[in-house]
Design a protein around this ligand. Sequence first.
Ligand code: SF4
Length: 237
Amino acid sequence: MYTQEQIDKINLSLKTPEDALRWAYDTFGDKIAKASSFGPEDSVVTDMIIKVNPKARFFTLDTGRLNQETYDVMDAISKKYKINFEVMFPDTTQVEQMVRTKGINLFYDSVDNRKLCCEIRKVRPLNKILSTLDAWVTGLRKDQNENRSKAAMVEIDKLHGGIVKINPIIDWSWDQVLSYIKEKNLPYNKLLDQGYPSIGCEPCTRAIKPGEDLRAGRWWWESDTHKECGLHMDHKT
Ligand code: SF4
């Protein structure tokens, strides 16, 4: 367990994403894993991690409602880097019960229903794997939305028992992400070419129009204040 003072000092000593990843993998060994939802940021951070630790662990949450393009890039990344993704699925009994009582497309009916679906399909599987780890790595960036604007490169994840959360590209811009993918010719989610900068579940994500916020396509029928699925809510203002 780290104190906030210790984390502040660590952040001051880390200048680049690679610094953060080297520190993280040296410190946490096999008790750290990268969470991937196969968005563009995940392509970048995955490439960085493999250079620091080719045997690093990666996990993903398969909600059962993902796009085929997401499975395709998972397969491409898995083959390129020889990654055996730890795929976390929701509890089938809980999904069956939810669908039976609320309907298959319950998320469109109310914010509460949408949060229930995210809770069962994403939050609980995430909690399950994080309870076995000392640290995790994300592809979060500050300018993705207001909730993430206060995040640091290394932080204490109070939502998940005080384990450490590493956000190596937290200060990167969207253009930096795109440039890195292009320069290194990385596999990326083809939904990006169809106007999807933020990747989520198929029924809850749409393409954005020019000039729209990068996360405008997520849960587009809700107001901005609700737009997190509960995986990274500790920065909510
Ligand atoms: S994003 Fe939509 S489909 Fe996916 S878990 Fe949340 S509510 Fe359910």
